[in-house]
Ligand binder design. Structure first.
Ligand code: NDP
Ligand code: GDP
Length: 335
């Protein structure tokens, strides 16, 4: 029988890559979407999978809509990717972030417990939960958590409630502790895409400068297309466990900026970057670098795309997109 998956956050970056991956494995994919005046299917369209998904209405903050969605679909696998996913915005909207990223997960677990207790449940956990912990800047599954943003604190509640449902009700629930992962459809508020889109606009003469915050923090950046495969592998194991998914390499924002500008032939990038205090965080995470050995061993998973290739892929995609905007006469936006 065809396996079924219910994916929340289907319209986001990971939702689109995961939907593509699951469809290629012949899953029936249900996607939860929230009510909106205009639906944003552009990520799914970009990957060419928007028409192959069956959509259901619902919101993580509305338990009854989740109960209905699970009851209607009775999925074999549930991937909870929905979130207020931007750390920066979580200081501005801490209540909303908590409702969606913490209580929303409890709502979905309850719905699954009620109507699909044998479903396998994936929770999108995050390296942000570690804060600045980790010996020599390396985080493992055993590194103590010390979240430093309302986003990370809400995700930590979600992490523990998922573990608790596994321990209390013998449900197959896992946390994928994913480090930053990017792609040509990453949201433009995140630094990777902000830089690659900004560099494309500077190269094509639409902008002069890029406003950025802290260039010295370091991130372990991987490719979303690689990371969604690890999510699926976590749900195919004999026992549920939490896993770090990371590349094991770390780079500064400055290196990201350099690689992106170099891709379009600009070596002297500093005149194009303005350090704007508005983009500095009230509490920063200095270095993230994940130890992915458990995922390599149990899941037989490895990242394929490395840092330079990832940044160049994103710059190339943004150049194409901005060129198309110019050619179509549409007023270019963003940056
Ligand atoms: P995106 O921001 O691209 O996507 C977030 C998704 O959540 C969107 O589909 C959005 O829908 C949906 N959503 C937001 N609020 C609600 C709500 N109240 N009810 C239902 N759906 C909602 O995030 P990513 O794809 O990058 O990330 C996926 C998950 O992984 C998130 O949980 C994120 O926190 C987590 N994560 C991501 C990392 C990364 O580097 N990308 C790293 C570690 C964890 P809409 O289109 O309507 O806004
Ligand atoms: P995060 O790791 O989930 O917070 O992902 P982001 O891409 O939002 O931020 C990664 C790092 O880039 C953080 O250390 C930010 O402080 C830093 N950064 C520097 N300038 C910017 C900026 O202009 N926007 C964002 N989003 N981050 C920036």
């Amino acid at each position: 029988m065809r396996r079924t998956a219910l994916v929340t956050g289907i319209t986001g970056q990971d939702g689109a890559y995961l939907a593509k991956f699951l469809l290629e494995k012949d899953y029936k994919v249900y996607g939860l979407i929230r009510r909106s005046v205009r639906h944003a299917f552009e990520n799914l369209e970009y990957l060419g999978v928007d028409r192959e998904i069956e959509y259901l209405n619902g919101d993580m903050t509305d338990e009854s809509s989740l109960i209905k969605a699970v009851h209607q679909t009775r999925p074999d696998e549930v991937y909870n990717l929905a979130a207020q996913s931007f750390v920066g915005a979580s200081w501005e909207q801490p209540h909303l972030t908590t409702q969606v990223n913490a209580i929303g997960v409890l709502n979905l677990l309850e719905a699954v417990k009620l109507h699909a207790p044998r479903a396998r449940f994936y929770q999108a956990s995050t390296s942000e939960m570690f804060g600045n912990s980790g010996r020599e800047g390396l985080q493992t599954e055993d590194t103590p958590f010390h979240p430093r943003s309302p986003y990370a604190i809400a995700k930590l509640y979600a992490y523990w409630i998922v573990v608790n449902y596994r321990e209390s009700y013998a449900m197959y629930c896992v946390n994928g502790i994913l480090f930053n992962h990017e792609s040509p459809i990453r949201g433009k508020e995140f630094v990777s895409r902000k830089v690659t889109d900004g560099v494309a606009r500077i190269k094509l003469g639409l902008n002069e400068r890029l406003h950025l915050g802290n260039l010295d923090s370091q991130r372990d950046w991987g490719f979303a297309g690689d990371f969604v495969e690890a999510m699926w592998r976590m749900l195919q194991q004999p026992e549920p466990k939490n896993y770090i998914v990371a590349t094991g390499e770390t780079h500064t924002i400055r290196e990201l900026v350099e690689v992106a500008f170099r891709r379009v032939g600009i070596e002297d990038w500093e005149p194009h970057v303005f350090i704007d205090p508005a983009f500095k965080r009230p509490a920063e995470l200095y270095t993230l670098r994940g130890d992915n050995s458990l995922a390599q061993r149990d899941l037989n998973w490895q990242p394929r795309v490395r840092f330079k290739e990832l940044v160049e892929m994103m710059v190339d995609a943004d150049l194409k997109r901005v060129e198309a905007e110019i050619a179509s006469g549409r007023r270019p936006t963003g940056g």
